[in-house]
Design a protein around this ligand. Structure first.
Ligand SMILES: [Zn+2]
Length: 348
């Protein structure tokens, strides 16, 4: 019917229905979960009004694979940063220059959530230390929106400094999600692969502001609005037994410790009890580590640890993690165990 147009309001609903459909299987790290552009392309070719509305809805979620792309946006879509985009999905691949790791969010005034897929082989602070004189320097600058949710994925070495670099610019977050390959162990101060003896545990929920490693809590202590932290880790299985396992029995308050540490020190008389007290924010009279007890972020209500089983199969490369990286993890620890001086007073 020549000249016939669906009212803009109806077109709006149709486009929203298409764009809000649940993502398909493209939920892996670095992949763009948005639906295919072709699904709404026809609308954009119909008339100026449809095109504008379709673009506006399409760019509610913006997916970028390079910080450099941020600079070109105003010339192409002048209103995108100011009013269109609510969710930003940044993928950080390996780049040579540290300056290429700086994401300048100036102009984004309507963002409510951000996802960072950190696929660089280095942690942020390792690269940024070349251009910033202090540790924990931010990767994201000029943040103008009170972003409520931060979702970090793909991080291989989630050191407290790496977490600080990726979170420090987002002072209004209520929810922080971290999906990483390794866990930060507060006993050996390294990022370790998690190996549970026996079956993979169910999700662990801690309430009342507990449940982070002491170092993470210290990094996140100044986040006044932070209510929830969700940490997702792979379980590689075949861990060493210790009085700390299974993590969901008794009073273990497991917050990322590696099986090697637990196997070595949890058998030492009195150690486990003292360590649990520190993780509850209690320093005892005779505790020489009294000054480094847990500090609850003021609004933190729940910490959820989630696990998925890594399958030892040839060619199995889940998400972005390579078989070699897991196989040679011991070598990495040997190279780096003396280099992290974040809090040497927890060494035992
Ligand atoms: Zn450890």
């Amino acid at each position: 019917m020549p000249g016939f147009h669906v009212p803009l309001e109806i077109a709006n609903e149709i486009i929203l229905h298409i764009l809000d459909a649940p993502p398909t299987l493209r939920e892996g790290t670095a992949e763009n979960p948005k639906p295919d552009w072709k699904l709404i392309e026809a609308f954009t070719l119909t008339c100026w009004g449809y095109r504008l509305r379709a673009l506006e809805l399409w760019f509610r979620s913006l997916y970028l694979q390079s910080a450099d792309d941020l600079h070109a946006i105003p010339n192409i879509f002048p209103t995108l940063k100011g009013s269109w985009t609510r969710h930003l999905h940044c993928v950080q691949y390996n780049v040579g220059k540290a300056a290429d790791l700086i994401w300048d969010l100036a102009g984004f005034s309507s963002l409510t959530s951000i996802r960072i897929d950190w696929l660089h082989e280095n942690t942020p602070e390792e690269k940024l230390s070349k251009i910033y004189p202090h540790e924990g320097a931010p990767c994201f600058i000029n943040v103008q929106s009170p972003i409520k949710e931060l979702d970090i994925r793909g991080l291989r070495y989630p050191t407290p400094m790496a977490i600080q670099s990726l979170t420090t610019s987002f002072r209004h977050i209520a929810t922080l999600k971290i999906e990483s390959l390794r866990s930060w162990c507060g006993l050996c101060n390294t990022c370790a692969l998690i190996r549970f003896p026996g079956s993979t545990p169910k999700d662990q929920l801690y309430e009342g502001g507990l449940g982070l490693s002491i170092h993470y809590a210290r990094i996140l202590f100044s986040f006044q609005h932070l209510e929830e932290v969700i940490i997702t880790l792979p379980d590689l299985g075949s861990g060493l037994p210790s009085p700390g396992f299974p993590i969901d029995s008794g009073d273990n308050l497991w917050t990322g410790e590696c099986d090697r540490c637990m196997d070595q020190v949890y058998h030492v008389a009195g150690f486990k009890q003292q360590w649990m007290s520190r993780k509850r924010g209690i320093g005892t009279e005779n505790d020489k580590y009294k000054r480094s007890v847990y500090t609850r972020p003021p609004s933190l209500k729940r910490v959820l640890w989630k696990f998925w089983l890594y399958e030892h199969k040839p060619g199995y490369t889940p998400r972005t993690y390579t078989q070699d990286e897991i196989t040679f993890d011991d070598a990495w620890i040997g190279e780096h165990e003396d280099s992290d001086s974040f809090d040497s007073d927890t060494q035992n």
